[in-house]
Design a binder for this molecule. Structure first.
Ligand SMILES: Cc1ncc(COP(=O)(O)O)c(C=O)c1O
Length: 401
């Protein structure tokens, strides 16, 4: 059967967000003003000096391959920044610069997961974690969390999920989709359980600079102690500096794993784009006041979004510690008539909002949390208020029939 597709794809789900995006695009071409609460990227521009650094790199003739794991200056800057803002000090030989944090995670998946392996992932989770595990023939093991527990995995539930087959645990704090972040004590309790296993601990810290109300992000690497040779931190410039399209992320791993990641990446993308690496270098070594301005904007928008969502009768939403997502329990909308049938799932809720209120948001099932909907507040306050008002009006209309 030479023209068949690889069986590894059988287990991978095409995402429902694609269907939603197609519907949103269709509405836009018909002239609808769609509220974009589905997006996972800041609406800001990167700092101007970052763009200038990219232009300067082009002028200087930066147009050749770089070392697979990144230009030395960027790797050094990543280490210096990690030491300054995350409070622990890796060596450049531990850093692999990749084509975004997603690519860093994919390199890790290829370097670590095999058929028969289990990878523990707290739910709700970012969509790519389980799919990358499945693409490698390994099995995701989900640990359910609740809104009441702040969508954070308890040490007890975590312990139950571990087995001799557990190859890795993937944590995301602050989280996409919930915005929840572990406090130092909560994280320490998780790390203590993990230390009793032989598994890798992979922590995605891509949203760590976007925390609110004075929340203090603590890097798991600071708590790992003598188990540091099994810890991997994933980070990048996409969210902090509004540089999603530049595609620069990185992993910081023990040297033996970093070498393996170099081998994996060396056979796929080689290096991340040279010019983008220079832009990322400028971003993390330049003045950080723009980052603080964006963070402060997100903090204000978060309050507006949460307050607005809570004004929809029955909708519940916890106040997230970080990232730019509100994760709302929308089960109170079940039963509202839509296209001749009562709404019966988070997907129905999302399609109802899209078609009847022109609000694009992502159904929670995509993140392993049916009943919920993720609303991104990476858009201005006026749009946030307008979009939620449109939902309320649509619900009232639908209830009246
Ligand atoms: C939790 C999480 N990790 C990683 C990524 C990927 O980041 P990048 O754009 O750098 O690949 C995202 C992007 O949405 C994310 O939400």
């Amino acid at each position: 059967m030479p023209s068949t597709l690889a069986r590894r794809l059988d287990a991978v789900q095409p995402s429902v967000t694609l269907a939603m995006n197609a519907k949103a695009a269709e509405l836009r071409t018909k002239g609808a003003d769609v509220y974009a609460f589905g997006v996972g990227e800041p609406d800001f521009d990167p700092p101007a000096f970052v763009l200038e650094a990219a232009r300067a790199a082009i002028e200087k003739g930066v147009s050749k391959y770089t070392a697979v794991s990144g230009i030395p200056a960027l790797k050094q800057a990543i280490c210096a920044r990690t030491s300054e803002v995350r409070g622990w000090s890796p060596k450049p030989s531990q850093v692999t610069v990749s084509v975004g944090a997603k690519h860093a995670l994919f390199n890790l998946a290829l370097a670590l997961y095999e058929p028969g392996d289990e990878v523990v992932i707290p739910a709700p989770y970012w969509v790519s974690y389980p799919e990358q595990v499945k693409l490698c023939g390994a099995t995701p093991v989900f640990v359910e969390t609740t809104a009441e527990a702040g969508f954070k995995m308890s040490p007890q539930a975590f312990e139950k999920a571990l087995s001799p087959r557990t190859k890795a645990v993937i944590l995301c704090s602050p989280s996409n989709p919930t915005g929840s972040a572990y406090t130092a004590d909560e994280l320490r309790a998780i790390v203590d359980v993990w230390k009793k296993s032989d598994a890798w601990l992979i922590v995605d810290e891509i949203y760590a600079d976007l925390v609110y109300d004075g929340f203090k992000h603590v890097s798991a690497a600071k708590l790992a102690g003598d188990a540091m040779d099994r810890v991997v931190i994933v980070d990048g410039v996409s969210k902090t500096y509004a540089m999603t399209g530049w595609r620069i992320g990185w992993s910081i791993a023990p040297e033996r794993l970093a070498k393996a990641l170099d081998t994996v990446q060396g056979q796929s993308t080689t290096n991340a784009t040279a010019i983008a690496q220079h832009a990322a270098l400028a971003a993390i070594t330049g003045p950080q006041d723009e980052v603080e301005k964006m963070r402060a904007q997100f903090e204000k928008r978060r309050s507006v979004m949460i307050e607005a969502l809570r004004s929809i009768p029955g909708v519940r939403c916890r106040v997230p510690e970080g990232a730019f997502y509100a994760f709302a329990d929308c089960r109170s909308l079940y039963g509202v008539p839509f296209k001749g049938k009562p709404i019966a799932s988070d997907e129905d809720v999302a399609f109802f909002m899209l078609e009847e209120a022109h609000v694009a948001a992502v159904p929670g099932g995509a993140f392993g949390a049916p009943g919920y909907v993720r609303f991104s507040y990476a858009t201005n306050e006026e749009r946030i208020r307008g979009g939620v008002e449109a939902i309320k009006a649509a619900v009232e209309r639908a209830k009246k029939g």
